[in-house]
Design a protein around this ligand. Structure first.
Ligand SMILES: Nc1ncnc2c1ncn2[C@@H]1O[C@H](COP(=O)(O)OP(=O)(O)OP(=O)(O)O)[C@@H](O)[C@H]1O
Ligand SMILES: [Mg+2]
Length: 412
């Protein structure tokens, strides 16, 4: 099957050299059982390529499963992938088969491989080298025959250098690297993709056809597409559904493309905008870090007072510490609702003996506002990205797994 046929069969749009080359590599590696490491930015088509590889392989009638390593909590990933025995850990009521067992004879797509914990990496290496694995809590070696396609949108070699990713596993997975080019490196594909998506969505929603005028086409071409094909697809969907005027102008388009984006063809404004975004987030982080640091200091102060007061019974307080405690207001610029003051009763130096425990408790309660702030931010990020954890995590500057853990922890 040649490249054009593959595109037709899998609905892959584009005719750039880089895209055609990637399809060619995928089709060549597909019939072998070699592991493939697919790299590329978010939304560039990594998962789409993993389907192509599976479908063009001898395993096409076998199962295919996609697992996002970044979204599975560290404590359960081994069991999800390799299964567990009854009682392997608290809560393991029954035994469970892992994906490497259920996908026997098929292909497993391990997305965000760079997020895989080191312990799991060791298990993965073993299964890749010998087809052997052991369920969590078992000692029996099992066999499986699974082809692995891994994907990442970050440079896994950076993780290798940082000691977070096994070098041997990296080379084992990376036997055939498959790089999916970002959309901005295949500008000639942008308009083709847009036309296809627009016509698909107008058909789907039974809305009149849309077209882009010259200026709008230029905007589309010059934009950097950080969200790649997925972002372009979403844009086409929005326009197909929402836009009254069916000939889209550059101006209209700018309303749909995120701020920094639409301005990428106006270099001056891009810079300003991205700097603004960046510094706003910076300030927010700084505020959080400062609050955290202040909390730590406060805890130390209180502990200090408790220690002295509790032991001696007549501690009247280090005047400097106590005054710091009393007057430790924290101001967040423009966020008066989060400002708080340590209340008088926190340390009552005249009755050192009895209120000390209470004062400590109150101290701890105060720190909840940090937690509140955190849940607030997480909620906002999730809302902004319509519940998409990946995007929310990216915006918050934490990993998807950390976000997942926090959602659980904070009961969001
Ligand atoms: N060349 C293409 N032609 C048509 N559709 C495409 C093309 N590339 C990607 N897509 C579509 O774009 C969307 C995003 O692709 P995909 O999910 O494969 O991206 P990804 O690289 O896995 O992203 P992420 O890193 O965010 O998981 C999918 O709907 C996919 O079908
Ligand atoms: Mg994906």
């Amino acid at each position: 099957m040649d490249v054009q046929e593959i595109k037709q069969r899998f609905g892959i749009i584009g005719n750039s050299l880089l895209l055609n080359r990637a399809i060619d590599i995928a089709s060549q590696v597909a019939p072998t059982d070699i592991s493939v490491l697919v790299t590329g930015e978010s939304g560039s088509g990594k998962e789409a390529f993993s389907h192509i590889i599976h479908q063009l392989s001898a395993r096409k009638h076998g199962p295919f499963i996609a697992v996002n390593c970044g979204a599975i909590p560290e404590g359960t990933i081994d069991s999800e992938l390799f299964g567990h025995e009854k009682g392997a850990y608290t809560g393991a009521v029954g035994e469970r088969k892992g994906y490497f067992e259920t996908v026997n004879g098929g292909t497993i797509f391990l997305d965000e491989i760079g997020e895989m914990p080191l312990g799991t990496q060791a298990r993965l290496l073993r299964v890749l080298e010998s087809g052997q694995f052991i369920r969590v809590g078992s000692s029996k070696v099992e066999k499986t025959n699974v082809r692995v396609i891994a994907a990442t949108n970050v440079d896994v070699y950076d993780a290798v250098k940082a000691g977070k990713f096994r070098e041997d596993l990296y080379y084992r997975l990376n036997t055939v690297p498959l790089r999916i080019p970002p959309l901005r490196d295949r500008k000639e594909d942008v308009y083709l993709l847009f036309r296809k998506f627009a016509s698909d969505f107008t058909a789907k929603y039974r809305t009149p056809p849309i077209q882009l005028d010259e200026g709008a086409q230029q905007v589309l071409m010059n934009y950097s597409w950080p969200g790649n094909v997925r972002q372009l697809r979403n844009l086409a969907e929005q326009l197909a559904v929402l836009e009254r005027d069916r000939t889209i102008t550059a101006e209209t388009l700018m309303n749909y493309i995120p701020a920094e984006a639409g301005r990428s063809n106006l270099p001056m404004r891009v810079e300003n905008q991205s700097r603004e975004d960046f510094s706003e987030r910076d300030i927010l982080y700084k505020v959080l870090f400062d609050m955290k640091r202040d909390m730590v200091e406060l805890k130390k102060l209180v502990a200090d007072i408790i220690e002295h007061g509790g032991a001696g019974g007549n501690y009247t307080g280090n005047p400097q510490l106590v005054s710091q405690l009393y007057h430790h207001d924290m101001e967040l610029p423009g966020h008066t609702e989060t400002q708080f003051t340590i209340q008088q009763p926190v340390v009552n130096t005249s009755k050192v003996n009895e209120p000390i425990i209470t004062s400590h408790t109150e101290e701890v309660e105060e720190s909840l506002s940090l937690v509140d702030k955190e849940s607030d931010l997480i909620r906002k990020a999730l809302k902004k990205h319509k519940g998409k954890r990946k995007l929310a995590a990216h915006e918050l500057g934490i990993s998807e797994r950390t976000l997942y853990r926090k959602i659980k922890e904070l009961n969001l």
